[in-house]
Design a protein around this ligand. Sequence first.
Ligand code: TRP
Length: 330
Amino acid sequence: MKKRILTGDRPTGPLHLGHYFGALKDRVALQDEYDTFVIIADVQALTDNFNDPKKVRDNVYQVTMDNLAVGIDPEKSTIFIQSMIPQIAELTIFYANLVTIARLQRNPTVKEEIAQKKELFKESVTYGFLGYPISQAADITVFGAHLVPVGEDQLPQIEQTREIVRKFNHIYGAILVEPEPKIGEVPRLKGLDGSAKMSKSLNNTIDLGDEPETISKKVMKAITDPAKVRLNDAGHPEVCCVFYYHKLFSKDVCTGISEECKKGDRGCVQCKKELAKNIIEYLTPIRERRRYYEARPKEVEEILRVGTRRAYEAAAITLQQVKEKMFLDY
Ligand code: TRP
């Protein structure tokens, strides 16, 4: 039997290059070697979008199409909707007894997110949001996943999952698998605007389905070396966002680009145009597959239906075992 992967995304908006290099690329590469489950985490998305359920619903399909677009093959992998797996909700309640409030409050990713969501959470964070790492532990363990390919920001959630597994196995009996994280090629992709992170909330993303013109526009706005004002000024590629992206999208020629820039032989406008062209080219097969599915919503729904049925069956097996261990097998 193949080992399992469980990974996925909150359906709150289209996926972007940060997701791709942080996690999606691995997810696709590993789907032959692992029995892969991709969760469309709509329940988790509601923890900070409870006031906009329609947005979450719409993005379930968007994120599913992004996964298919990058090459998740529904013949090999199981894509499913979290809210359709009630076993995850049950398990979350059982796990909640194994996690202290103090432990939840120490999670650095959750802390950062709460700080960003002052608008929503005002004087106090909700129980649901503070506790979402518990439900994420349920997502992972209900499938007995061995490996979780994720972006760097998700490491605290995996660590918390591992703690829950150890505690559960110690108290009730060793039935849960302790998962390992796997961080992608670029753990935290910088934004083209100079931000430390490409992120929807920072409005600095290049989305996987973006049109070529959109990509060009976004790249032309990128921040370059502030010391390089005129075309013939010598630049410092090591501080330039555009060069940082050339290293990903123009691998073969990036040494030459760097030399030219340092000598003052390369203007930023030309440099951005080249980058835009390479990003557009890189994303072409992804964009084309996305357009294929956009034109066939019934096919996307069927993929989710089949995947969700399969995920339900797998989750039911674990939950039965958990209930036996907890004397809940009435
Ligand atoms: N928290 C993840 C994110 O922010 C999404 C997610 C939900 C997830 N459940 C998961 C990731 C389980 C990996 C494993 O995108």
